[in-house]
Write a protein that binds this ligand. Structure first.
Ligand SMILES: CC(C)(COP(=O)(O)OP(=O)(O)OC[C@H]1O[C@@H](n2cnc3c(N)ncnc32)[C@H](O)[C@@H]1OP(=O)(O)O)[C@@H](O)C(=O)NCCC(=O)NCCS
Length: 374
């Protein structure tokens, strides 16, 4: 009897040196560095370099990399057209199509590692501009040109709000990007490397990743968490909510993970960022609600290995930054493009086409009958 690994649970498809999730201990490491250190001391640009190149950059390397990203922030005309024409669609549909449309501005195609690396930098640089432009256009506002004197995170905030962020706000966007930049093998990364394994180009690989991230079981969970928190309303409603969801076997967004059997280490970092952003009564009530939900769900479902994941907190941080809920998965994309790119190049370093099997359980040998006789 063939072993079936439903959901590919516990299947190792390759080796990787990009990141490691310590599921039992609740720790996360990017290329040897603890996520807590990177979140506290690094920048998204530096972490992106680390993930793609395997080492932290020295000062010159970092300056050159930052320059490369800065140069590619502006969008080609056809991508602006895509955004304007699709402005009322789901933002992830727009983002997926806009990223795909970036490829039409590039001379030359084919499977060339140098060309693909250059294009990867362009995609990483362009995503914040796509997201900010979409939000402005759909709200009847003029798109804001990117600036070259702001960091990746600060420039995104500036293009979104037409206002420079405070240091704390820029730090919050930057930390969120670092925390979501990479997470080992997962549905969207697998989608990206599956496409890359056919020697399709980086645009196709990243577009595949975006498609897989969209669903509420993966990147889409952040938006659903915020809706759930709004529905619950306040900490004193948590018991009744959880009791109802558990009784009806509903999935509670922001909880559960295939790899972690304990609290996702990114929760603590997001909580710190949220506390840094403000200390007003509304903030505190939100935190009380999240904490009450966390305690109740862990009390009810902890013995099944159900603990908070990063999405329980991240949407609340985005909300404090004035980002609309339907952009939360786009925020995730803006970060995770670094991890997808790193995995795609690691795949290409020692490529073999990904081609699993499925066990056929249907019938065989049926005689063909024309439609008129069925
Ligand atoms: C992340 C997720 C898709 C992982 O799925 P998975 O590894 O296939 O987990 P399983 O479906 O095997 O879950 C095991 C058990 O825990 C339960 N469970 C998992 N996540 C749960 C949740 N968020 N709320 C309540 N119960 C949950 C399942 O119903 C299942 O129960 P059963 O054994 O009685 O059938 C899943 O936990 C989930 O949908 N979470 C909510 C969405 C979310 O926050 N996604 C972001 C992930 S970073």
């Amino acid at each position: 009897m063939t072993d079936i690994h439903k959901g590919l649970e516990d299947v190792h498809i390759d080796t990787s040196s990009i990141s490691r999730v310590f599921g039992d201990e609740g720790k996360l490491n990017y290329a040897g560095y603890w996520i807590s250190d990177l979140a506290a001391h690094s920048s998204y640009e530096e972490v992106t370099y680390l993930l793609i190149e395997g080492e932290l950059p020295d000062e010159d390397q970092l300056a050159r990399f930052e320059d490369t990203l800065t140069q590619h922030r502006a969008l080609p005309e056809q991508t602006m057209t895509v955004i304007k024409q699709m402005k009322d669609h789901n933002p992830m549909d727009v983002l997926r199509t806009a990223v795909s449309s970036l490829s039409t501005a590039q001379p030359g195609q084919g499977f060339d590692s140098g060309w693909n690396k250059e294009q990867a930098h362009k995609i990483i640089a362009a995503i914040p501009t796509i997201v900010a432009t979409l939000d402005r256009v759909r709200n009847g506002k003029t798109p804001i040109e990117p600036r070259d004197d702001l960091s990746h995170a600060a420039n995104f905030y500036y293009m979104l709000h037409d206002e420079e962020p405070t240091e704390t706000e820029a730090e919050a966007v930057d930390t969120a990007l670092i925390l979501y930049a990479e997470h080992g093998m997962n549905a969207s990364t697998l989608a990206a490397i599956t496409t890359a394994s056919t020697q399709a180009n980086i645009y196709s690989a990243i577009t595949s990743g975006i498609g897989a991230l969209q669903g509420p079981l993966h990147g889409g969970a952040t938006e659903t968490v915020v809706e759930t928190l709004d529905t619950i309303g306040s900490a004193d409603q948590v018991d009744a909510f959880v009791e109802h969801e558990v009784e009806h076997h509903e999935l509670i967004p922001g909880f559960g993970h295939r790899v972690y059997n304990t609290t996702d280490p990114r929760c603590k970092e997001f909580e710190r960022v949220f506390r840094d952003l403000a200390e007003d009564p509304e903030h505190n009530e939100r935190l009380d609600l999240i904490e009450a939900l966390r305690d109740e769900v862990v009390g009810e479902l902890g013995d099944k290995g159900i603990y908070p994941n990063a999405d329980l907190y991240s949407g609340t941080v985005y909300r404090s930054l004035g980002i609309e809920p339907d952009l939360y998965t786009c925020m995730f994309t803006m970060a995770r493009v670094a991890g997808w790119t790193a995995h795609v190049f690691e795949q290409w370093d020692d490529n073999r086409i990904l081609r699993p099997r499925v066990q056929y359980t249907g019938e065989t040998g049926k005689a063909y009958v024309p439609p008129s006789e069925r």
